[in-house]
Design a protein around this ligand. Structure first.
Ligand code: ZN
Length: 158
């Protein structure tokens, strides 16, 4: 188990465009495993490679006890909208209101570089959008409605 250092907002690496993964290597497999370890350790529901300083299009998500790896993800379809609190491991201790689609269909590759499609609603749809944004240097704090707030006991669950 290897926990990597999570970069926080203000770090330039979070504002860069990530490169596509061409093929799976032992090094990339290790990165994915470390990303899961780091996300679980931080009690997050998603983590993107640039958050651990690696400019590759890799996202890990686990918001309902089902872990997903999304490599080179492309959002194919969105529907509806949801407005609610969002947080990010790279913006510790803060939450802000963001409107996202309520349904997302994404195409990606798994850790064997096999293409697959994933559909998500609710929190999973939000997590997919949030993490895919990271791969293009976008952070949720760019699109919050109102103020960035400090986490309180009430919002910690989000
Ligand atoms: Zn984030």
């Amino acid at each position: 188990m290897a926990i990597r250092n999570i970069r926080v907002a203000g770090d330039e690496v979070l504002r860069k465009q990530c490169k596509e993964v061409k093929d799976m290597t032992g090094r990339t497999k290790g990165l994915i495993k470390d990303m899961f370890d780091t996300m679980y350790e931080a009690n997050g529901v998603g983590l993107a490679a640039p958050q651990v300083g690696v400019l590759k299009q890799i996202v890990v998500i686990d918001c309902n006890d089902e872990p997903y790896v999304l490599i080179n993800p492309r959002i194919l379809e969105t529907q509806g909208e949801q407005t609610g609190d969002e947080a990010c491991l790279s913006v510790p201790g803060k939450v802000g209101i963001v409107t996202r689609p309520d349904y997302v269909k994404v195409q990606a590759f798994n850790e064997k570089m096999e293409p697959y499609e994933l559909e998500g609603t609710g929190l999973l749809a939000r997590a997919i959008c949030h993490e895919c944004d990271h791969l293009f240097g976008r952070l949720y704090i760019d699109m919050i409605e109102g103020e960035l707030r400090d986490v309180t006991a009430n919002t910690e669950e989000e």
